[in-house]
Write a protein that binds this ligand. Structure first.
Ligand SMILES: C[S@@+](CC[C@H](N)C(=O)[O-])C[C@H]1O[C@@H](n2cnc3c(N)ncnc32)[C@H](O)[C@@H]1O
Length: 249
């Protein structure tokens, strides 16, 4: 699967409507509500650092992990431009190799776990997170909901035609394995000769039901699990598109 290769270099442009400042505020409000002292954060699937950089600026000690060297290279470049020193590691979070224990918080934002398509792999990363967290440490993550992946993305096609970039995004939802295959085709204007370069990627996301995730979390030892819908502090609704999980041992 060629995911987040060329796409890495247009990811931020295409995500420019996502309110990452609001996302950071929401995470900080979760931390405040949980009354856990958080100084260090391990961020899984950190991508281009859209949360890593602002959280670092707020004086958290963060290490970010992502499987895509290209996403990390964009994060590194942005960190340098903004004068922020980032600790970034390239790893597959399904085989998380990190050995600093007693962490205050482990974070995974914006679909990172939807990209883990096998139960065993998700269980692995949950178990490793459980092992790495301090006693009252926080495991905070979100997923795109089953409703969003099966119904909104479903088998639908999206597209956009901007000045310098256009894309077509066709989804195929397989209700047996609960997988959405996303075929993406991008057309990027070359700055020099004005012609458009085309590239393609196929992304695969798993649509997890809230209960499946809760069962796996319980199985690895998380006993206090809260879920919230769409950046609120209320339980997810049937049509919530993003579900947040806040877990303690
Ligand atoms: C939608 S992006 C989210 C990036 C970032 N968290 C954000 O909020 O902008 C999903 C990220 O998950 C990463 N990812 C997917 N599968 C992964 C894996 N097995 N291990 C580590 N990172 C993974 C991708 O490379 C990509 O950077």
């Amino acid at each position: 699967m060629n995911q987040y290769k060329d796409f890495a270099f247009v990811y931020d442009e295409l995500m420019n409507e996502v309110d990452y400042d609001g996302w950071v505020d929401y995470i900080e409000n979760i931390i405040k509500n949980e009354e856990t002292q958080v100084k260090n954060i391990l961020e899984l699937a950190c991508g281009t650092g859209n949360l890593t950089i602002p959280l670092t600026k707020k004086n958290y000690d963060i290490a970010g992990i992502d499987i895509s060297e290209e996403m990390l290279s964009v994060a590194r470049e942005k960190g340098e431009e903004e004068g922020v020193e980032l600790v970034l590691l390239q790893q597959d979070i399904a085989e998380l190799d990190f050995d600093i224990p007693n962490l205050d918080c482990i974070l995974c934002a914006c679909d990172g776990f939807n990209y883990i398509t096998y139960d065993e792999d998700l269980e692995n990363v949950f178990a490793k997170s459980h092992e790495l967290l301090k006693e009252d440490g926080l495991f905070i993550f979100d997923i795109s909901s089953y409703y969003k992946l099966s119904t909104i993305l479903g088998n639908n096609m999206y597209g956009e035609n901007r000045e310098d970039i256009a894309y077509m995004w066709q989804n195929y939802f397989d209700g047996e394995d609960n997988l959405v295959e996303m075929e993406l085709a991008f057309f990027i204007r070359d700055e020099e000769d004005e012609r458009f370069d085309r590239f393609e990627e196929t992304h695969l996301q798993r649509a997890y039901k809230e209960e499946e995730i809760i069962n796996l979390l319980k199985k690895v030892g998380f006993n206090k699990i809260k879920t919230y819908g769409d950046f609120t502090f209320e339980s997810p609704k049937d049509d919530s598109e993003r579900i947040f999980f806040v877990c303690k041992k």
